[in-house]
Design a binder for this molecule. Sequence first.
Ligand code: GLP
Length: 240
Amino acid sequence: MLDKQSAIPIYVQIEDYLKEQIAQGVYPVKSLIPSERELTDMFGVSRMTVRQSLTNLVKDGLLYREKGRGTFVAEEKMEQPLNGLTSFTEDMKERGFTPGTKLISFSQIHPDPQIAARLGLSSEAVVHKVVRIRYADDTPMAIERSYLPVDLFPALTEEALQGSLYAFIENKEKLVIGQATQRMEAALAKTDDAGYLQIALPAAVVLIERVSTLEDGRIFEVVRSTYRADRYKFISEIGR
Ligand code: GLP
C-alpha cells in the first residue's frame, strides 16, 4: 500500500489512503476508523507517522476525535453558494434538511456606531436585535445576530422569527428584497458561541456579515453570522 521509495512522505500516503477509503465508503460517515495502534501495525510504520496523518485529517475536517472513544469519519461539509441572496430556510430545504431556529433573544436597542453606519441610521435610531441559532435537522449550523430598523418592521414578532425572516418580509410585509453585500472572514469561536454551536474549543468559524437592501434601496438588515467551519464550505461561481 505504501511506497517507501516515493518522494511523497509516508504520512501523506497514509492520509491519501484513508481519504480514498472514506470516499469509497469503506468507513462511512460517523464510523470509527482503526486505532493508531491498528494503523501502525497495518502500515508497518511508527506511531508518530500515523498520528501525524490522523492529526492532519482532523485539521482538514475529514475526521474528528472523541476523547476515550477514538477517531471517527466526519460528515461531509455543507456547500454554501455565495452568489444568491437566499435565506437560511431556503438553503436548508434546497439540500433536503429541515431548517430549525432557536430564538435566543429579541430586543429593541440603539445600535452601536458601526451597526448604525451599516444601516445608514443614527445611533439614536431603534433597531430590532435578533439572536438566533439556526439548525439543519438537529445540528446547530450557525448563529445569526440580525439588526433590523424598527421603523421598517414595526410588526415583527417573536413568532415570525421562529420561522423564516425573509418569508415574513416578502409574504407578510409584501416587500421586495433586492441585493446584499457580504463580508467574510475567519475567526476562532468565542466561548458562548461554541456553546450555542455545540463545538469544542478551540474551533474555527467563518464570520459573514450581510448588509441587505430592498429593491427600492432601503437597507433592511445587517446580519452577523457565525458559521461552523467544520460543517461549511463556501462556493462561488466566477468568470472572466
Ligand atoms: C441567511 C443570511 C441572513 C438572513 C437569513 C434569513 O442566513 N445569512 O442574513 O437574515 O438567511 O433566513 P430566514 O429567512 O430563514 O430567517
